[in-house]
Design a protein around this ligand. Structure first.
Ligand SMILES: C[S@@+](CC[C@H](N)C(=O)[O-])C[C@H]1O[C@@H](n2cnc3c(N)ncnc32)[C@H](O)[C@@H]1O
Length: 231
């Protein structure tokens, strides 16, 4: 995953695989597979994994991460033909134009459909990065929370369960937090207008409540996991 420190998604991946009972021999289609960490977790449980992502670089990394899997460049809107036991959209729906269409297609491709999304802003400590950068950004309306159940129902799916999973984002020190931020397009833009020292101070100030005894930081973020089947 590109959204946080490496490994943060492990509890989320486990929750999806537990909730969909993925085990040896299960066929799983990973929509928006990214670098393949979810696919790796599924393959480690014995699943036969197919992954699709529109980003060729991600597909290459997923192929290296899971050599026994099959990964193709393509879209979640037009996925590889099924049927699959499980079709999973892990942290994908907020990136697609029409999440209902993606879920409806998933329902025609798999016996079980799983999808995950971020919780609301107030449920995710990573909001502190946005708060720290806010003085240098145009005011923006709060993002609407994703109504995962509503999306699934509009896609013609029957919701079996909707779980909440907390994933800690652990950073070992200031550099581990600031490095990726300064490398991001947004961080670079703010760094240019605010200056790197002001940006650094603003971020570390906001992070102070999340400091751990060993000099790192721990942010708790909530995710929602939906499991559904075609109606
Ligand atoms: C936030 S990443 C999540 C990656 C992976 N599922 C994970 O959880 O580690 C979103 C991924 O979805 C891919 N993506 C976005 N829109 C897509 C689409 N319409 N079809 C296929 N992949 C898409 C991006 O290229 C990116 O790799």
């Amino acid at each position: 995953m590109t959204e946080g420190p490496r490994g943060w998604g492990t509890p989320l991946h486990a929750a999806v695989l537990d909730a969909t009972a993925v085990g040896p021999g299960a066929t799983l289609l990973d929509l928006g597979c990214g670098t393949g960490l979810f696919a790796r977790a599924a393959a480690d449980r014995g699943a036969r994994v197919t992954g699709v992502d529109r980003d060729p670089a991600a597909v290459a990394m997923a192929s290296a991460e899971v050599p026994e899997g099959r990964f193709v460049v393509g879209t979640a809107e037009h996925p590889p033909a099924g049927p699959f036991d499980v079709v999973a959209a892990v942290q994908l729906l907020m990136h697609v134009v029409d999440p209902v269409a993606v879920l409806a297609t998933a329902g025609r491709t798999g016996t079980v459909v799983a999808a995950t999304v971020w919780g609301r802003e107030d449920e995710c400590d990573v909001r502190v990065f946005g708060e720290a950068l806010a003085p240098w950004l145009d005011a923006r309306p709060a993002a609407d929370p994703v109504d995962l159940r509503g999306l699934a129902e509009r896609a013609g799916l029957v919701v079996d369960r909707l779980d909440e999973v907390v994933c800690p984002f652990d950073y070992e020190d200031d550099d581990a937090v600031l490095g990726p931020l300064f490398d991001s397009a947004l961080g670079r833009a703010v760094g240019r207008s605010a200056g790197p020292v002001a940006l650094r101070d603003a971020v570390l100030d906001r992070l102070e409540p999340y400091r751990t005894d060993d000099g790192g930081y721990r942010l708790h973020n909530l995710f929602r996991v939906l499991v559904a089947h075609p109606g």
